[in-house]
Write a protein that binds this ligand. Structure first.
Ligand code: NAP
Length: 353
């Protein structure tokens, strides 16, 4: 007998509701509600009936033109890449998925498509999700949690699935710890057995969320102690995940770092910068060629399926949670967009279809 999910998958309409922008700039007011054709899955692709999508700063940065001429490749553009839903149809050459499967996916950044009733996803970046992970919770994962995981791995954090030897890592600093990436980073750092010092804005909601995610020490970045980012227990950091959108002042970070326990190379202590400026790339290049023991490392999140599978597995095992800042319907997406552009969410902003 068909489950309700399989029935929904079988009834694919020709047209769907979607939200797109057709020019750069304009913020939430530039988003337009449209009716467009449901996309067709090509070889290696799945058609998903979306249940939820999450927003990331890159979505509105693309609309602002900050990534042009690369992204978006053309206008009009349906934004958002992080989605959860049900497989509605399967393209050719697909193994392992069938209509009715509940999944989470990271859509191709060049195609976007997440703010719509249906979207096509590559099977290479789609993962089945357990019934214990709601669409809302799963949709938060792709960009933010993969970024958090990659950042921690690049400073040397080890997880259950890592076998490579490396220097033992003890103390980390996570800035903007109550944001979308930050709250995953705090939880993952604790799973890797690290002592976490977190900075976030002074609101009780953000600080409570950082503590709830497991942070051992929480600093308010609006106080002098928080702005200095010094560990209240006097620890030096073996690594920093710098999620705050303000650029890295290397002179502020350098004295806070332990300097690793070996000669440069992989044993250096690193500050991973998620929003690197041009000068950050120059500083990072200098650190690399001089094999510095304290290094700046710009991060560009290049996803892979194994990482998304690992994260979904943690959710399944109850070890990782999505903190939801706020939920909106597709009809109310402009409020979600405004909220993301304000830049102070506690966790993920979710749009439910
Ligand atoms: N390199 C990559 O591949 C990659 C991938 C993902 C994200 N990112 C970037 O990483 C950054 C964080 O992403 P996200 O998804 O976590 O963003 P988000 O969910 O919108 O959170 C923004 C965070 O920034 C904090 N913040 C805002 N103004 C601040 C300030 N003046 N000083 C310190 N912190 C401040 C906020 O903290 P309060 O609410 O406490 O103020 C909030 O925690 C964004 O710039 C994003 O574009 C880069």
């Amino acid at each position: 007998m068909d489950t309700p999910e399989m029935k929904a998958a079988a009834e694919v309409p020709q047209k769907m509701r979607a939200v797109q922008y057709d020019a750069y700039g304009g913020g939430a007011a530039g988003l337009k509600h449209v009716e467009v054709a449901v996309p067709e899955p090509k070889k290696g692709e799945l058609l998903l009936k979306l249940e939820a999508a999450s927003l990331n700063p890159v979505d509105w940065k693309m609309q602002k033109g900050m990534l042009r001429p690369l992204l978006p490749p053309r206008l009009p553009f349906i934004p958002a890449t992080d989605v959860a839903g049900v497989v509605a149809a399967v393209g050719s050459g697909i193994d392992g998925f069938k209509p009715g499967d509940e999944v989470v996916a990271l859509l191709n950044a060049f195609s976007g498509g997440g703010l719509a009733e249906y979207a096509v996803a590559s099977a290479k970046l789609t993962v089945k999700r357990p019934s214990s992970a709601s669409a809302t919770e799963a949709a938060g994962l792709p960009t933010a949690a993969i970024t958090a995981l990659k950042s921690l791995r690049s400073i040397g954090a080890k997880f259950d699935d890592d076998t490579a030897a490396g220097k033992p890592l003890a103390n980390v600093l996570i800035t903007a710890a109550s944001g979308g990436v930050g709250l995953y980073a705090v939880q993952l750092a604790k799973l890797a057995g690290l002592h976490v010092t977190a900075t976030c804005g002074g609101g009780a909601r953000g600080m409570d969320a950082a503590r709830g995610a497991g942070a051992d020490e929480v600093l308010d970045y609006e106080t002098p102690e928080g702005a200095a980012m010094r560990s209240p227990s006097g620890r030096k950091y073996d690594g920093v995940v710098h999620c705050a959108p303000a650029g890295v002042r290397w002179s502020a970070f350098k004295p806070l770092l332990s300097g690793g326990n070996g000669k440069g190379g992989k044993n250096s202590s690193k500050v991973v910068d998620l929003t690197p400026s041009f000068s950050a790339y120059l500083t990072a290049a200098l650190h690399r060629v001089t094999r510095a023991r304290k290094r700046l490392v710009p991060l560009f999140m290049w996803p892979n399926k194994a990482e998304l599978e690992f994260l979904v597995g943690l959710v399944k095992d109850g070890k990782l949670k999505t903190v939801v800042d706020s939920r909106y319907t597709l009809g109310d997406v402009s409020k979600a967009w405004e909220k993301s552009m304000e830049g102070h969410p506690t966790g993920k902003i979710i749009v439910e279809m």
